[in-house]
Unconditional design. Sequence first.
Length: 432
Amino acid sequence: MAARSKKPEGKRILLVSRWGESLDVAVTMQEEGHSIKFFIDDRPSREIGYGFVPKVRDWRKHVDWADLIIFDYTGYGAEADRLRSEGRLVFGGSAYTDSLELDRNFGQQELQRHKIKTIPSHEFQSFQDAIRFVEANPNAYVVKPMGETQELKQLLFVGKDDRGEDVVRLLKAYEKSWGADFGTFQLQRRVKGVEISISAFFNGKTFLTPYNVTFEHKKLFPKEVGVSTGEMGSSMFWTSQSPLFERTLEKFGPTLARENFRGHLDINCIVNGNGVYPLEFTSRFGYPQVFIQRAGITEPLGELFFGVANGKRTTLQVRKGFQVGAFIAVPPFPYDDKKTFDLFSKDAVVVFQKGMEGIHPMHLKQVGDQWLITGNTGLALLVSGTGLTMKDAQRTMYNRIASVIVNNGYYRTDIGDRWQEDSDKLWSWGYL
């Protein structure tokens, strides 16, 4: 009689989260049979995940318990380096990759050092200095906050006027409202083309294949209208061969190996017929990228992250075709307004009319069998869909959205629509 195959033993996983954004990852790994302990750093967000997974108040007290430690955000890189040096398995950033994301100038310098094109940019601490610069060098610019202020995604501004007059007006408004509290910011020349990101997992020695190609939708309203939100949704696919990867991420392989990085790295770019122009790094899970990736990954997440952390995984199993995902948000998103949140959104119930496939919990808690909105920003759910074509994936996602009732909820209705036009351009430029 043949021996029965042994089911993989569940791991003890400590997930350290900055804002609670990785709740869906924690829930998924728990459903896979792993033991989870979930810590949230941001105090107003600590109710997120209640009733879904076990929570802890001090993650450091549980390090010895864990088989694997996952950091879901930047800012923990130095601690991750220290834990790795002690022989612990860690999935997450490093001091080096933290700097790539958080220090925009350092990131641009590293791109240049790795022989990758960059867009001209200048750093400022004074609004008046920046205004004088634009007036002396008229052009279209992107205003990018740096440091802690860059977490407020609605402050990022993409200028459209070729003389920079819209940027000057914005800088004067920021000076009145923020003054010296705004901190350091960057003016970057605006380059026209297709915005696209390339990302991959890195196991301490090499990138795993396949790679992920993502198209972000950052504005609040359809057709890229309104305030920048960080993101309202994404479309994506996986590929084992990518000219974009070869021109960007691949060049960082030896450096990441020297830094013993074991995690996920994304470079967001503008591409056109003249070349690839990286904009910024994301050296941790992307949100909602990781949830939509999960919809396309066909193997257990916990085992994948464990294999990346121990350096033994070189590939991952994914679906063919496309994946899309859209956030369902409630007031005051994308703004921070506790009074509005408490009045319109706090403890509102999420109602499911059909199944829960493709539903990814965001800022929620569970009381009994009910999902209630919590936190303070108003991101309720991420809903994903997959398909062999982009249209199939979109249809699946929007059918699922239609089956969910979120009072005062709103979402983009065009996630993935850009693919038809963008893909033609990318093919003609040689990036697909």
